[in-house]
Design a protein around this ligand. Structure first.
Ligand SMILES: Nc1ncnc2c1ncn2[C@@H]1O[C@H](COP(=O)(O)OP(=O)(O)OP(=O)(O)O)[C@@H](O)[C@H]1O
Ligand SMILES: O=P(O)(O)OC[C@H]1O[C@H](OP(=O)(O)OP(=O)(O)O)[C@H](O)[C@@H]1O
Length: 220
């Protein structure tokens, strides 16, 4: 019988980052085959490794980790910065790379500093607010939950701050990027107490993950 304190709970991000998160943990030696296609299950347990996987919305991962419902979590740097939870960032996992950009409609003023008091639509209000504050600009931030590119098209905002990966969504909605706000990759985070109390479980796993990342095995 494994005591609760010996079980490691790892929060996996559902969505874009899921596949590489599972692959990385598998390469680091964990039994992840049963997690690859979890169906609708949200909690999966590996008796062999004494590891529980919980499947969370990416936005919620810092919360699960801060409260200790998960010892470890994998999540984008963007989400960590936005959520401002008290978690310990252990490693840059170097996948899930994306950039946060300010974008305006084609034909609009592209010199950002010529704008002021404009409305900015975003899913990441703290990141956007901090960026414009650093630029000495006062903007009205409008929080949306998705399809941000729609906002300037229908006159809800003059510009957006959103994630750009291939650039296709901007192009297809006639928007042009005008400034970079943040560069994000996936990070491994830990609950601060777990990191101390479960260090015998966490440290060797972190070292194996570090090796996999450094050797670029994930892309292979
Ligand atoms: N092209 C991309 N589109 C979306 N996210 C990406 C992309 N490339 C990398 N990411 C990373 O994946 C993370 C999660 O994105 P995903 O779209 O899977 O979740 P989501 O539906 O936005 O979930 P939530 O609303 O809970 O944050 C982003 O925060 C970002 O760090
Ligand atoms: O540069 P691209 O490769 O086109 O990717 C960028 C798009 O991907 C994300 O949206 P997602 O599909 O996650 O949906 P959302 O707008 O609901 O967040 C992001 O918000 C952009 O809309």
């Amino acid at each position: 019988m494994v005591a609760d304190r010996d079980i490691l709970t790892v929060a996996l991000p559902k969505g874009t980052l899921y596949h590489n998160s599972v692959k990385l943990l598998g390469l680091a030696g964990l039994d992840t085959e049963f997690v690859q296609d979890p169906g609708r299950q949200l909690l999966l347990y590996s008796v062999k490794d004494a590891v529980r996987f919980i499947i969370c919305r990416p936005t919620d991962i810092p919360t699960y980790v801060e409260y200790g419902a998960a010892d470890l979590g994998l999540v984008g740097k963007d989400t960590i910065v936005e959520q401002q939870k008290d978690v310990y960032e252990l490693l840059d996992l170097k996948f899930g790379g994306c950039r946060f950009m300010v974008a305006v409609p084609e034909g609009a003023e592209q010199d950002l500093h010529k704008w002021n008091q404009a409305r900015v639509a975003t899913k990441f209000p703290r990141i956007a607010e901090a960026f414009f504050r650093q630029q000495g600009m006062q903007m009205e931030i409008i929080k949306l939950h998705g399809n941000i590119e729609l906002a300037p098209i229908v006159g809800l905002a003059e510009m957006i701050v959103d994630l750009v990966s291939t650039g296709r969504t901007l192009r297809e909605n006639k928007l042009v990027p005008v400034a970079e706000v943040l560069n994000s990759t996936t990070r491994l985070i830990a609950n601060r107490v777990s990191h101390r109390l479960k260090n015998e479980r966490i440290n060797p796993l972190v070292e194996k993950i570090r090796q996999v990342v450094e050797e670029g095995k994930l892309e292979a």
